[in-house]
Design a protein around this ligand. Structure first.
Ligand code: ZN
Length: 257
């Protein structure tokens, strides 16, 4: 797991699998853990990484309800989970989905966990809205389109945008079950001014990138999703994201639009 400091109050740890990004943000002796790494050893070491850097994690936030972003309880079992109302609704309406997907991943790669994933009721945060951490506030923006739920988190004093599964340097836009091209484009439009104000953007997969690169990815992703909505399978993939796995995601996207 790679961990980098983006600001005195922001650390990003990037998982060795899927490059899933986990962001620690703090103010005045309180820290939140946003999303999670995936592998057991990464989750096991995360509390020490946080503690050594002086981040006292008191709460978990998830950008959306996909299983690979929901594993923070393995690292911080006492910390309550907060998420967008849309994400809390998805956790309730599709109970056990995250646990089932985690189990499938673990079975495929022979991964052992210390315990099954426990996800007690999440606290519903109003989005758009704000949530306090220490003496500061995080700003929450709706970020649906990849899935039916989700939020992006703007850390104003650090000028860091935690985008959720958008603006990834390694993955093309993914329209999952419940996602939609129109909602995806609306989310990109909401993220655009935040990217313009940001120093760094944390993509849900691929970790931290600078704002210039994020702006370029945003333009590519908008062009791709627009083409996908109009041409389906014939849409061209972004130049740097055309591997076999990205073409497989594209074929799934084309079936869904
Ligand atoms: Zn994801």
């Amino acid at each position: 797991m790679r961990a980098v400091g983006l600001h005195a109050d922001v650390i990003v740890a990037t998982s060795r699998v899927y490059q899933t990004a986990c962001t620690l943000v703090r103010s005045e002796g309180e820290a939140f853990c946003i999303d999670s790494p995936v592998l057991p050893d990464e989750l096991e070491i995360l509390p020490a990484v946080a503690e050594q850097a002086g981040f006292t994690v008191v709460g978990l936030l998830s950008t959306h309800a996909d299983w690979d972003h929901l594993l923070g309880r393995y690292a911080f079992p006492e910390a309550p989970l907060g998420c967008a109302e849309t994400t809390a609704a998805r956790l309730v309406s599709r109970p056990g989905e995250a646990q089932r997907r985690l189990r499938e991943f673990d079975e495929q790669f022979y991964v052992e966990r210390p315990a099954p994933l426990s996800l007690p009721g999440a606290q519903r945060l109003p989005v758009p809205g704000r949530v306090e951490v220490g003496a500061r506030e995080l700003e929450l923006q709706p970020a649906d389109g990849h899935t039916e739920d989700g939020m992006a988190i703007w850390i104003p004093w650090a000028r860091v945008l935690v985008a959720g599964d958008y603006l990834s340097p390694v993955e093309i836009p993914v329209l999952s079950e419940g996602g939609s091209a129109a909602a995806y484009l609306a989310t990109l439009a909401r993220l655009e001014p935040l990217v313009a104000d940001a120093d760094h953007v944390v993509a849900g997969h691929g970790g931290p990138i600078d704002a210039m690169r994020a702006a370029a990815i945003l333009r590519e992703d908008r062009a791709y999703v627009e083409a996908l909505a109009e041409q389906g399978d014939a849409a061209k993939l972004p130049l740097a994201r055309r591997s076999a796995e990205q073409r497989r995601i594209h074929a799934d996207n084309a079936r869904r639009v």
